[in-house]
Design a protein. Structure first.
Lengths: 356, 587
């Protein structure tokens, strides 16, 4: 910290020096005429050529990134609406890349082609209403299409109905972990509030109101299990600061806001086991394990413990800055067949059992 | 008011410190902005080191961060503090005050033909408030528990509760105080700019003859006056919640084993208030850079800016739309999904005037006679990053697609390219172009070329790969990614990004050297080094309060008569009367 202080002082001193020297400066401005610092024909030439080279650079970095890092992108969506999401994403991407390739080409090619030469005069061309009209109307049409498709998808995702057979799950966020609450046999969550958190010596993990009969069969867990093919309606709560429940593989995210309940819904379509068999995922996990193996060798050489090999699991991450351990606020999600889900659920303890 | 009125005796203090001369105030803004920029960029390099080599000890951490980096390993709270202060400094102190403050001050009076701002005194107060807010912000770095660390968006409850993180104590208080002062400074400055442009234009300088720089500064000031007060109200309400127990933004909170008394407030309300400024702020940062680009592109292309009317219209359209799109930062905040639809619609609309601007810039280059000065390179670079960064806005502005990339590195890549790098390029273009006007000397062009080309390559090297780690699902503001084995394959990309960032940082030293060295030893400038049309180049090189000896020049034409047929030279300054039989372009 003292170093930072020293640096600040140094900077302030140098400003003072500058101010003082400036006084002497102003008095004796040199009068010699000199335009050596203005670009001449030679500068125009090599910088123009570099502009063209820069265009090649932009194309190359794009191609290289896809070639080298294309495999880090998320695998196919594991939820019903995610398929729609991915389609819209690809349409937008194709459009963006098309516009990017064309406009960058024009910009840099013109910078190269029309680099200044002596004796040349630019074309006096100030206006063209027809051109302006064209490049106003084209974006209007294209964007209108994107907006319509986007809004259609948005309203499908967000305006879900509370079907009878949808599974109701509460995601409960706190610094710095997640809990999930299942609604139990009645599929209705009991009322809850942070005021109840201290009841039952802290055993009431998410603050369920024990006077609400709906809450007695609720189940609170630290690992999220979801049955495949059944719609899940999430009710999000937070007990302290803003958090965001981000489930990238399902193309799902919603903030958790203290004082209110937010909602999101999706239907998982691929079980954890199936996703582990997905060829892209197999390749990705192999790559990760190779990295982990290499890192482990280094750790072992330093007398430290090796890293565990990695196996794929769906993730719930916190994606809203929430404090020191924000980077490690996570929960495992397991998508499984309905019967496996049911047998797992039957082993959990209900709220009534917890508070007995 | 004649020039004589300004020939009063000036002391060291009235000339260099409490100066009311817009040219001196502009230099003060620039120097303060550059110093803040050095701090902001240095911070980003520190946390880039942590991201590339997480939890590794670095000697530099130990010496700069001291107790916050035990054994040279950065503490997670400090990481968040660095990210927060980097964002705050770059957005407000460098790209708002440093960019708009510098060039609005320098160019508004000189380009419209005025002797000074409408109120020199308010202008001076505006700078010194900015200086004070900078001092308070820097002072917050030395607070025992550390500076604010809740992200530059300071969402409550994290920012409201000292129990939630160490940075939300005194550090946060100082952050809020500093911003309140900053807003006062910004409002005084903006009001002055607006009044000056409306009232003090010289004879013949109609609104349709204004250079696009002035249009941009003028509209920017209007956006600032409309939106900054809302941030002030948000900051005041947050101060009330923090210090006086009100519940504007807080409700139902249990923290550190204790139920707090807050009832009925909503953090979402804060998000609305914050982004009501926060989004226009993007354009407060960007429009001046675009204005500078318009001027530099036309001058150096030796061609009129293409579609002057469309350019003015798109500035106005962007300004209007910018105030009704803030909700696109909140698609998944828990607000009503229908609102999300509305904001998607308005947000994607803003792509239209932006596209018009980009196409007009490209057409301005077409069949030009491009003088590739460093300022010109930065302007072309700006158009390039503006397009690359702007296009991904189509994804983020679409509520559906935002769901899965919200708050990931994809967002970081997007806004750094479209507003960070673009606005920074605008700042550099402005400095290279108007340095002779400010200091009477030329910047070294060789160093300028080195500065541009390294920066340009590194800007893509840093931010292009970030799109990929964002689309891999990596959230921003993570101290390290090692808690998730799933992200292990992103480690290499993070190293690449950091290496580019370090090189880019080094390139800025070239600029700083050039800047400081040229101020004293640069080649003295000629009257009009870039052969430009605007009025500032008719004012004497040696500064004095009042700008022109004798009468202010009268304006007879627009600012873009470059390479006009019928004239011998390839530029016709605005104060040259129409020659016989010459027609003025009608706008």
């Amino acid at each position: 910290m003292t170093t930072l202080l020293m640096i600040t002082i140094l900077v302030l001193v140098s400003i003072a020096v500058w101010q003082i020297t400036k006084i002497f400066q102003v008095a004796q401005l040199n009068k010699k005429v000199d335009d050596s610092q203005v670009a001449n024909e030679k500068d125009n030439d090599w910088n123009g050529k570099l502009m063209f080279a820069f265009l090649v650079f932009i194309y190359l970095i794009t191609i290289y990134s896809f070639w080298e890092w294309g495999d880090v992108l998320l695998p196919e969506a594991a939820s019903e609406h995610g398929v729609d999401y991915d389609r819209l994403m690809w349409i937008s991407m194709v459009l963006i890349f098309f516009v990017q390739i064309v406009t960058q080409a024009l910009l840099h090619y013109f910078s190269y082609k029309y680099r200044g030469r002596k004796g040349l005069k630019a074309l006096f061309y100030a206006d063209n209403d027809r051109l302006e009209f064209i490049w106003t109307i084209i974006p209007v049409i294209v964007l209108a299409g994107l907006i319509l498709y986007g809004l259609y998808a948005w309203s499908n995702i967000m305006n879900f109905e509370e079907d009878e057979d949808a599974l109701i799950v509460e995601l409960y966020a706190q610094q710095f972990n997640w809990k999930a609450r299942y609604a139990g046999a009645d599929n209705v969550l009991g009322d809850a509030n942070v005021r109840f958190l201290q009841d039952y010596d802290g055993l009431n993990l998410v603050g369920i109101d024990s006077s609400d009969p709906n809450g007695l069969d609720d189940v609170v867990v630290q690992e999220l299990h979801l049955p495949v093919g059944r719609k899940v309606i999430f009710k999000m709560r937070s007990q302290d600061v803003l958090h965001s429940a981000y489930m990238p593989h399902f193309r799902a995210q919603m903030n958790c806001v203290p004082g209110m309940i937010t909602e999101f819904a999706f239907t998982p379509t691929i079980t954890t086991e199936e996703m582990r068999q997905n060829p892209d995922m197999v390749a990705k996990v192999q790559k990760i394990n190779k990295i982990r193996y290499d890192n482990s060798q280094e750790l072992i050489a330093n007398g430290e413990e090796a890293l565990d090999p990695y196996q794929f699991d769906y993730l719930l991450l916190c994606n809203k800055i929430c404090g020191a351990s924000h980077y490690n606020m996570q929960m495992k999600i397991i998508v499984e067949e309905e019967k496996d889900f049911n047998s797992w659920m039957s082993q959990q303890t209900t709220f009534a059992e917890v508070i007995q | 008011m004649g020039a004589d009125a300004h020939h009063h005796k000036e002391t060291f203090i009235t000339k260099y410190i409490f100066s009311q001369d817009h040219k001196m105030i502009s230099k003060q803004y620039l120097i303060t902005g550059l110093i803040m920029g050095i701090v902001g960029i240095a911070m980003s390099l520190l946390f880039r080191l942590q991201l590339a080599w997480p939890e590794q000890p670095f000697g530099i951490f130990e010496s700069v961060l001291g107790k916050w980096a035990p054994d040279g390993v950065m503490d997670p709270n400090v990481y968040l503090a660095l990210v927060t202060i980097h964002g705050t400094i770059m957005v407000f102190f460098v790209l708002t005050a440093g960019l708009s403050g510098t060039f609005s001050n320098l160019l508004i009076p000189l380009q419209i033909g005025a002797r000074d701002m409408a109120s020199g005194f308010l202008n001076m107060v505006s700078y010194w408030l900015f200086f004070l807010s900078s001092v308070v912000m820097l002072a917050s770095l030395f607070v025992e528990a550390g500076p604010a660390a809740a992200g530059w968006t300071i969402y409550p409850p994290l920012s409201a509760l000292p129990q939630a993180q160490p940075g939300s104590g005194l550090g946060m208080t100082l952050w809020l105080v500093s911003m309140a002062i900053f807003i006062a400074s910004s409002l005084l400055g903006s009001l002055n700019y607006i009044v000056t442009v409306i009232n003090l234009r010289t004879k013949g300088m109609s609104m349709t003859r204004l250079p696009l720089t002035i249009w941009a500064f003028f509209v920017t000031a209007i956006i600032g006056v409309v939106s900054f007060p809302v941030l002030l109200s948000a900051a005041l309400l947050l101060i009330m919640d923090r210090s006086f127990g009100t519940s504007f933004f807080l409700s139902d909170i249990f923290i550190q084993g204790e139920v707090l008394h807050y009832q009925g407030g909503s953090p979402v309300l804060f998000e609305h208030l914050f982004w009501f400024l926060g989004h226009p702020e993007v354009y407060i940062v960007l429009l001046p850079a675009l204005g500078i680009t318009s001027e530099v592109l036309a001058t150096n292309a030796r061609k009129p800016i293409f579609g002057y009317r469309a350019m003015v219209a798109s500035i106005l359209a962007i300004a209007f739309l910018s105030t009704i799109v803030w909700g696109h930062h909140m698609f998944i905040s828990g607000m009503n999904p229908f609102l999300g639809s509305v904001f998607t619609f308005t947000t994607l609309l803003i792509a239209i005037p932006s596209a018009v601007k980009a196409f007009n810039y490209i057409t301005t280059l077409w069949k030009g006679n491009l003088q590739l000065n460093p300022a010109m390179l930065f302007s072309i670079g700006l158009v390039s990053t503006f397009i690359t960064g702007g296009l991904t806005g189509i994804i983020l502005g679409d509520s559906t697609l935002d769901i899965n990339v919200h708050d990931t590195y994809f967002v970081v890549a997007h806004f750094h390219l479209v507003m960070g790098i673009s606005a920074l390029y605008g700042l550099f273009a402005g400095v290279y172009h108007w340095f002779p006007k400010m200091f009477g000397r030329m910047l070294n062009k060789r160093l300028g070329y080195i500065h541009f080309w390294i920066t340009a390559v590194c800007a893509y090297g840093v931010f292009f790969p970030m799109h990929f780690i964002g689309m891999a699902g990596l959230p921003r503001r993570y101290y390290t990614n090692t808690a998730f084995p799933y992200f292990d394959d992103l480690a290499d990309i993070n190293v690449v990004i950091t290496i580019f960032a370090l090189i880019a940082g080094a390139a800025q030293i070239v600029f700083l050297y050039n800047f400081i060295h040229s101020m004293f030893y640069g080649k003295p400038t000629v009257q009009n080094p870039w052969k430009s049309n605007t009025l500032e180049w008719t004012a004497p090189i040696k500064h004095f309060h009042g700008n022109w000896e004798g009468d202010i020049p009268e304006v007879h034409r627009w600012a873009y008569d470059y390479s006009k047929p019928g004239h011998e030279k390839d530029y016709v300054p605005q104060h040259i009367p129409l020659i016989k039989g010459e027609k003025e372009l009608q706008h």
